[in-house]
Ligand binder design. Sequence first.
Ligand code: SF4
Ligand code: SF4
Length: 562
Amino acid sequence: MPDKNNEQLRIGVFLCHCGSNIAGYLDMEELEKFAKTLPHVTFVQRNLYTCSEGGINEIKKGIVEQNLNRVVVASCTPRTHEPLFRNSCAEVGLNPYLFEMVNIRDQCSWVHMQEKEDATEKAKDLIRMGVAKAALLEPQEPIMSEVTTRALVLGGGMAGMTASLALANRGYEVVIVEKEDKLGGMLNKICKLGPSMTDASQVAEERIKAIDQHPKITVFTKSRLVRVEGFIGKFKADVETEAGVKNIDIGVILIATGAHVFTPEGLYGYDGQRVITQLELEERLKLGLDPSVKNVVMIQCVGARDEQRPYCSRICCQVAVKNALLIKEQHPDARVSILYRDMQMYGVENEELYRESKIKGVRYINYSPDRPPEVKDDQVLVFHPLLGRELNLQADLVVLSTPMVAQADAHEVSQLLRVPIDENGFFLEGHVKLRPLDFATDGVFLCGSARYPANIREAVAQGLGAASRASIPLSKGSVVVEPIISVLVNEDACRGCGLCVALCPYGALEIRHTDKGRKVHVINVACKGCGVCAATCYQHALTINSFTDEQLSAQIEAFLGT
Ligand code: SF4
Ligand code: SF4
């Protein structure tokens, strides 16, 4: 069968063993024999690791020597490997969108490890469907768009300031929008930073000064983002400032809005005086702790890892240990006890700090959430599981370690920027391992405690990381977007009802008034090809490149054997 350009189809199928991940559970010889029988397949090859240099060279060699004009790789997940295989095709002159990937690992060998025969049959179905679709693939051209070389950074805490300076030092304009009356965020409230014990206000002042003096950075304090439209490279933002609303054109947006500390109203007799939070202790440590405080009891996981906030805030244990050491530094005779459920001291230096605190006499007592400590007047009662009895600890000061919680406006920001938040209100990255500082929405990046509670080093690292990610489109001055997007294939059919516009999660559609009346328009750069619009349109006016009705029907027919 010739393709639409009247070229005879020559499909190459590359079957990957993925070591033993696939070959250990599927009959690869059988699959090879099967693939050779499929329509238009002129070449089949098995590889130990198709994604290795050797495997990639085999694909390229196959395209050149066998004159292949469609390539199917049956291997792992397109999520991680599709770009690599597409690029390999492009490197030897085959349009990368004439490539199809079939997932016979995650969707087959891994989930049917005990059923080799049936799993092999399923792999055959998947390969047959992939080949049927490949026969109908058409070349696509990438989409280019200009980028405004200005970044908007939401939040002026450690992560936001670090990201802003990194971007500005690379020569890009940066606009910081901070809702408080000054930059610095949590740094303004903390005494010293662990594990280095550097003075937090000094760190804050240095960064604020660098930002104030930087010609590329504009700061709006007491301000907030109220409206955003556009897409990567061409966002338009409205920022409400004290001097009115400013309209700003930007290319990228970084979310560094941070988090705040949970206030434990009604828990353990919290009163902000004798029973305080770690953050309130920081303020007292800054001024110098009252020498009359001889006995301090800290209680960990207050308002955390419970039904309301089931997550671990990660950094409270480090804060407690650091503050215990600071108390010991100011008053070496003070008795400090830390009542904990589990100590979360990840990292060599934090572990070292924990050891040091034990050497200096900080006492650690494990408690069970089934039998939490009780604060009574100037005493804390705690059941000691090893001693098997209740201890009565003298407490001039009780310090509650409470979790970081999402900002109250996180939901609003997520709606404005069309990026997700999790069930606890923290922003949800594109992929926890592969895109930890990105969102699925291109051009929007994430760092610091807005993502999840982060200590100062993590905030810095993430700020630098997000700035690097944001620098990619800024430095190129243009973005190239995957052409697997929605297309208006039947303009006459479109009634301009706007249903698809309302449902597009990326704001990639708009209704325009044309000579033919109201018609939908796809903003190519914003479209992520999710398919919601094509599935929604009752008029079949829209389709998705590389996922057309024809291609999907061919896959279904191949599966049904019709
Ligand atoms: Fe309505 Fe379909 Fe046109 Fe969208 S493409 S406006 S859903 S008719
Ligand atoms: Fe929006 Fe449709 Fe593109 Fe999905 S495929 S992002 S719904 S335009």
